[in-house]
Ligand binder design. Structure first.
Ligand SMILES: Cc1cc2nc3c(=O)[nH]c(=O)nc-3n(C[C@H](O)[C@H](O)[C@H](O)COP(=O)(O)OP(=O)(O)OC[C@H]3O[C@@H](n4cnc5c(N)ncnc54)[C@H](O)[C@@H]3O)c2cc1C
Length: 380
């Protein structure tokens, strides 16, 4: 029994697990094979309030708390981290700045349709020469009367190839570094905005990732998020902090999937006349995995609950992201080892968990960057 959850949260876990088994699991094989996100899922999840579960019901969301969002994300990642990746950009990075900072006109045009699954969003911060050092982005936004003109390239953008709009970070004044950055909404179809290419990836293949180009791309000045220049870096920081908590659940879901596959395999695989689970070394590996998953899940809930209480969780969000993504690597390595040669074959699902989970120490802040944030927050 999970003492950490309320009755409502436990019931939610059951219903979302049923939904995912019925509506998501059957789509995974084709999505991974074709490296294409199953687009119908946006509307299906939107209609049920599952797409952006944390936003208020009045906006079309599920009206749930951060803990509930973590439950949903864990269950989704247990079945497919790639599909979860596309959904998570929609429910977090691409919509959170609009949800938090408005203005209302942009919310009505982009946020509410995104919550309903009618419009797909992307979040474009990273550039070919600016990853961890996000303050050094070069995409320019130059004000011309009632418009901004955007010029630049964005790299590794999840949902980029399928998006109806992108929240784009650009600098209005490169000399001001972080203080010159603002966030803008750019609608697909705007002249000068194009997807240069869809990128082929090692894992998370059902999430579509691309390179975006903005050439003399003219957008209304009203598309500035928050209505004030130079606020972008703060807006990004708040958005990323929330996403890092969810990241704990993302890692927990993939770890749980790897554990379940390993347990099944260890019971079935016979060597030296016995199922390999009867060898102590394998039992210990499985016990170790189960223990680590329990800690990952509890820690994620704890930080999610702190966030629900309105606490400042900059340090804790980095800790949960760093701890869970690094611990996941140990779990995935053990899972592969238990599978022996079969684990290295594409027909066994554990290789997908291994490929998908490898990304998690890299995106939304690498492990090195999270160490830096934690040290800074601790005052050294
Ligand atoms: C599949 C995928 C999806 C993505 N989706 C998105 C998206 O939707 N939107 C978006 O904007 N971005 C996205 N990204 C980009 C992602 O956030 C970046 O890849 C990440 O921030 C790291 O940047 P980088 O790849 O340029 O690595 P770099 O910053 O070049 O880092 C390379 C290495 O150097 C280390 N390093 C860098 N600086 C320091 C330092 N000061 N001290 C110590 N070590 C350091 C890093 O930790 C890393 O190990 C995605 C990336 C991938 C791979």
């Amino acid at each position: 029994m999970d003492l950490e959850l309320t009755e409502e949260q436990r019931i939610f876990r059951e219903s979302i697990r049923n939904f995912i088994e019925k509506e998501v699991a059957p789509l995974v094989e084709e999505a991974e094979e074709k490296e294409a996100f199953p687009l119908g899922l946006f509307r299906k999840m939107g209609e049920l309030g599952y797409l952006c579960v944390r936003y208020p019901v009045e906006m079309g969301g599920g009206g749930a708390d951060k803990v509930t969002e973590c439950i949903l994300v864990e269950e989704l990642c247990r079945v497919c981290a790639g599909i979860a990746g596309g959904i998570l950009v929609q429910s977090g990075l691409a919509t959170e700045p609009l949800y938090r900072f408005g203005p209302q006109e942009l919310r009505e045009r982009f946020l509410y349709p995104a919550i309903r699954g009618e419009k797909i969003g992307a979040f474009a911060l990273t550039e070919p020469d600016a990853g961890s050092d996000a303050a050094s982005i070069r995409t320019r936004a130059i004000r011309e009367g009632d418009h901004y003109v955007l010029q630049g390239t964005k790299m590794f953008i999840t949902n980029g190839p399928i998006c109806d709009f992108a929240v784009v970070a650009a600098t209005v004044d490169p000399s001001r570094k972080a203080k010159g950055i603002s966030l803008f909404v750019v609608e697909r179809g705007t002249e000068g905005f194009r997807v240069a290419r869809k990128l082929k990836k090692v894992g998370n293949r059902s999430a579509e990732t691309g390179e975006l180009i903005f050439e003399e791309c003219r957008i209304p000045a009203a598309n500035l998020i928050g209505g004030e220049e130079g606020r972008g870096f703060h807006q990004i920081r708040d958005t990323l902090t929330s996403g890092r908590i969810t990241y704990g659940a993302r890692c927990t879901g993939v770890a749980q999937a790897a554990y379940e596959a390993s347990l099944r395999f260890a019971r079935e695989r016979v060597q030296f006349g016995r199922p390999i689970i009867q060898f102590q070394v394998n039992r210990f590996k499985l016990a170790d995995m189960a223990m680590k998953i329990d800690i990952m899940r509890s820690y994620t809930y704890r930080v999610a609950r702190l966030s629900d209480m309105g606490a400042r969780v900059m340090k804790e969000a980095s800790m949960v992201k760093l701890f869970c993504s690094e611990t996941l690597q140990q779990i995935l390595s053990q899972a592969m080892q238990i599978h022996g040669g079969y684990g290295y074959m594409m027909e066994y699902p554990v290789q997908r968990f291994w490929r998908d989970g490898r990304l998690f120490t890299i995106t939304e802040g690498t492990s090195e960057i999270h160490h830096m944030i934690i040290a800074q927050e601790l005052g050294f």
